[in-house]
Design a protein around this ligand. Structure first.
Ligand code: FAD
Length: 487
């Protein structure tokens, strides 16, 4: 089941797999004796086609290189453990022999997080899949890390429960990947980010030690240990089991669509809805360009889509608050726009087609407090448009919080006389730095991976002291996903 669920767009790079783009003097080629020891622990594969395919993800830059027949970097061996003990043995072997080890699962990451930049071992978590148990009274689910979204939710549906995590990559990403990247689903305004869903974790540390965190709902027994691993992108430990919160499922829903004179008017309505305490599962506001491109707008108005699915009384209250907030400045549009969004929301074929035509195309998601959102949006769009060849820079507001929101930018360029690599780098340098300067964070849900590693020092400042200390303490030999998170 898991293999069917991993459609990293197929690109035939087996012929070019001899060539790795990121050549690093510290790429590790494990000895035959070491590989033999791994083979005694679990199923492994070493053939070129498999290690090449297992060493790539959805990072658009990686995808471009793959189209040129070049792999970004390649592991020497792929391990497929089926239980925690095997993961522990693999890590302890890697630690003893100083061999880098990169966890990979759905490989739907868009920041190059699961690319093994220093070679070594890729540990494919997809064979560790399935729901282990459901605590119906507490509303929690114990699940293995390689479980894909549809498998988790269809199992929970039999208990009339839902975790409520529906990223656009729901079909092709796993529980472990969601946790490792601090992901967000499309219904996050009601259910929260994955950070809000994790009750407890089982994690294997670099030396093979297995740690299980407390599953009591709240604590004052020191800093939260599970949160150390949420967002750590496989650099501090490998998640081998998770306990997640599960909510009662509700079929009652309400949908509405609105348009505003400007994106700023729409942002203000979203802010008032959230500040009033309403949490409609979906609250998505598109700027004028995206409203025209995707929702039939005229290029001057900004469209808001609202969907709530909850207990009838909650939905009624949400409806009242939304209608009140929108009454001030919005025009009602057809609710059909929400149905259309629902049916197309996970379709990325358009973006893939542009990538294949040689366009430089990517997305950048960041979050900022409500008071700084306008500045962030204006500065990022201007910065992206200043890059030679930029053909498009647009954004939508995709996730809202009591104190701020996530802005999701889409940009595209044609390189012209410049190379793809230079244009790609310039867009990210300009766009990301403009966001940071205007007071946004580095990433809202796509994570850091390889692509954003160079911005970590600028974004986190001396908070990096904490991350480095954790890394040194938990992985002193730097074997876990080296080269990521700016560590
Ligand atoms: C079309 C598309 C749409 C997307 N939409 C969203 C979205 O709406 N919301 C969102 O949050 N993300 C989205 N993403 C990004 C991506 O799907 C998420 O980051 C997802 O959480 C990655 O999960 P994965 O199983 O594919 O992990 P992978 O890509 O295999 O790995 C991602 C990172 O997690 C680490 N990792 C994986 N498993 C483990 C483990 N068990 N223990 C420790 N580390 C581990 C890897 O080392 C790597 O650093 C989208 C991606 C695509 C291609």
């Amino acid at each position: 089941m898991s293999n069917e669920r991993r459609p990293v767009p197929p690109i035939d790079i087996a012929g070019g797999a001899e060539h790795a783009r990121v050549s690093s003097s510290s790429v590790t080629s494990p000895s035959p004796e070491f590989i033999e020891k791994l083979a005694s622990v679990c199923a492994i594969e070493t053939d070129l086609a498999t290690v090449t395919e297992s060493s790539r993800d959805w990072w658009p830059h990686d995808m471009h290189w793959a189209l040129e027949g070049v792999v970004t970097q390649r592991a020497a061996v792929v391990c497929r453990p089926t239980n925690t003990e095997q993961v522990s043995s693999i890590l302890s072997l890697c630690n003893e022999h100083r061999v880098p080890v990169t966890a990979a699962a759905g490989r739907s990451g868009v920041s190059g997080g699961s690319i093994p930049v220093r070679g070594g071992v890729v540990i494919d978590m997809c064979a560790m899949q399935g729901v282990v148990s459901v605590d119906e009274i507490s509303g929690t689910v114990e699940v293995l890390p390689g479980t894909f979204g549809p498998d988790l939710e269809s199992h929970l549906a039999t208990f009339n429960l839902t975790v409520g995590h529906f990223p656009q990559s729901f079909d092709i990403s796993t529980v472990g990947g969601w946790i490792a990247c601090r992901g967000a689903g499309q219904f996050s305004t009601r259910f929260g980010k994955i950070d809000d869903m994790v009750v407890a974790l089982e994690v294997v540390l670099a030396d093979g030690t297995v740690v299980r965190t407390s599953d009591a709902p709240a604590g004052a027994d020191g800093p939260d240990r599970a949160s150390v691993f949420i967002g750590s992108e496989g650099t501090l430990g490998v998640v081998t089991r998770a306990w997640l919160r599960a909510h009662p499922r509700h079929e009652h829903q309400w949908r509405s669509a609105w348009s505003f004179d400007s994106f700023e008017d729409g942002v203000d309505a979203c802010r008032r809805i959230i500040r009033a305490g309403a949490t409609p599962a979906v609250l998505r506001l598109y700027d004028e360009k995206e409203s025209q491109r995707s929702h039939g707008g005229d290029g001057a108005r900004s469209f808001l889509l609202v969907l709530d699915k909850a207990h009838e009384a909650m939905v009624s209250a949400t409806r009242l608050i939304v209608e009140h907030a929108c009454a001030l400045s919005a025009q009602r549009e057809s609710d059909e726009l929400v149905a259309k969004w629902l049916s197309h929301r996970n379709d990325t074929s358009g973006l893939q087609a542009l990538t294949k035509k040689g366009f430089v195309i990517d997305t950048m998601e960041i979050a900022a407090p409500w008071s700084r959102l306008k500045q962030v949006r204006d500065n990022v769009v201007a910065a992206l448009e200043s890059v030679a060849g930029c053909r498009l820079a647009s954004c939508h507001l995709s996730h809202s919080y009591i104190d701020g929101a996530c802005l999701y930018f889409t940009f595209a360029a044609t390189p012209g006389d410049a190379t793809f690599d230079d244009t790609y780098e310039a867009l990210w340098n300009e766009g990301q730095r403009a966001a940071l300067r205007a007071g946004a964070n580095l990433s809202h849900h796509h994570g850091v991976g390889l692509n954003r590693a160079r911005f970590m020092e600028e974004a986190l400042g001396n908070e990096m002291v904490i991350l480095r200390a954790l890394k040194n303490a938990l992985d002193p030999n730097n074997i876990l996903n080296p080269g990521k998170l700016g560590l």
